[in-house]
Design a protein around this ligand. Sequence first.
Ligand code: GDP
Length: 364
Amino acid sequence: GFKMGIVGLPNVGKSTLFNALTRTAAAQAANFPFCTIEPNVGDVAVPDRRLETLAAIAGSRQIIPTRMTFVDIAGLVKGASKGEGLGNQFLANIREVDAIAHVLRCFEDDDVTHVDGRVDPVADAETIETELMLADIESIEKRLQGLTRKVRGGDKDAIQQERLLKAALSVLEEGRPARSVPVDAEDAKAWKMLQLLTTKPILYVCNVDESAAATGNALSEKVAAMAAAQGAASVVISAAIEEEISQLDADEAAVFLEDLSLDEPGLDRLIKAGYDLLHLETYFTVGPKEARAWTIRQGTLAPQAAGVIHGDFERGFIRAETISYDDYVALKGEAGAKDAGKMRVEGKAYTVKDGDVLHFLFNA
Ligand code: GDP
């Protein structure tokens, strides 16, 4: 599965957001820096209304959404890259995630302490980015030393790694994140394996007050401008509202959202933004037993898409019977689509498309 790490300075609303996402009290929110000491991990259903539509047509007894993992990563502070505070734990956890959801405090509240004594989300973003860059520099320097002997021995992988690490180091030393290094297709895999912190895609999460949940505010606009300049994504959310919504049933939540002029919970937008950021898409398997959504990267071929369900499906892949979501709905299901000639038989070279309803045939 895909993992998003929730990061941010202490007291910006990470735990509140994580609680809302996972509907548990496991990550305790409190007005106290370092509240979230253990990394908390939660699997979150990816909201997708298409799944209910498909299940209704097929009469599926069960609906199983696809999931995304969120990790609430302990508060980062200035100096974290030097191992102060909870830094080391933070850095170890953040290496493992596919993308970073960076929560920024965009609300004013004198009762909630800001670690740096002022509310300035753009400065906060820079504080964290700086720590991540320093951490990358330190780890690159260590790794370069470790590679010296192999490089001298002519080890091809080591030579490639050294070249990439040096390219990263030179931009980092100019104060830019490693993601600003242009990487060739043939280096892409090795580059990713370096797991540098400042190569992870970033989604800025502007945590605003209740009153600004629908519109955003001046602070979240500054963040949006910064995100656009970096090619990063941003969403506006009110963690406090989301936490309230997460405790309501569906009908109550709908009324509450309408009162706030919101179309959908901010969490839904957050999860979708994470999905987009990671270039993910969804395909479906639909039958009387269950209607189920599966996550793949955009551009995934049919056998690898099948492999998300089970390794055997990929190894023994023969073909995929494929109906687009729109055809499935318009023709009221598999039989109708088949009769209309809209069920395609696709082979190993087929690139799965978002919304495809797939049935895999494979050698067991
Ligand atoms: P963390 O340290 O980043 O995990 O922050 P928490 O989620 O523990 O939140 C810190 C404090 O800020 C708590 O007292 C929250 O209730 C409060 N808080 C979180 N989000 C908001 C918000 O949108 N508005 C206001 N006024 N307070 C918030």
